[in-house]
Structures are given as structure tokens and as C-alpha cells.
Design a protein around this ligand. Sequence first.
Ligand code: ZN
Length: 107
Amino acid sequence: MVAKKRIGYYSNKRIGDKIYHTSTWRKLRRSYYGKKHGLCEQCGKPGDIVDHIEEITEENVNDPFVTFNEENLQLLCLSCHNTKTFKKHFATRDDVMFDEFGQLIKK
Ligand SMILES: [Zn+2]
């Protein structure tokens, strides 16, 4: 009996994985991390993630000016990275907003 193909598996992978597994990225990441002294550029705490300011998409994943450009990188701690990701994916929705305490509420 032949196992069913796992359709959709690859499309579920993050597009950025294409570059995150390359040695070019690993070198760039390490050198960028060193330049920032390993500190989060937002809050100054120990940084964890070298993040692309302009998000990697299908359209730009093969463009080294986006993927391997230090100008498009920022070192973030986990908490700042989560805040950024959270805002990007939720605060742009039309039906929710942040209140004065930074809590996400329905409009
Ligand atoms: Zn931070």
C-alpha cells in the first residue's frame, strides 16, 4: 500500500527557510550578531533573532538585496520579535485594535 502524498507540507513551510539553511545566511547572521554585540536593537536586552525588516516573500526570496542585506536586518530579543510579529499579523486587522494598555481589543 502506497502512503498518501503529504500535499501541502512544503507550502506550509516558511518561505524564509529557503535561505535560513544556507551557509551564506549563517555567516551573515553570525557577523551581524557580532556587530550588534548580541544585543536587541529595540530594548538592549540580549538578542536572539536576526530578523528581516522587510519580510521574506515568494517574490523577494531570491533577491540578495533583501535576503542577505545587512540594511534589511535587525537583531531582536524574543519578546521584541514576538511583539513585531504579533502587531504585523493582528494589529492590521480591521476588527481589532490596541487599547491604551497595549491590550488587543475588539473595535
Ligand atoms: Zn528586545
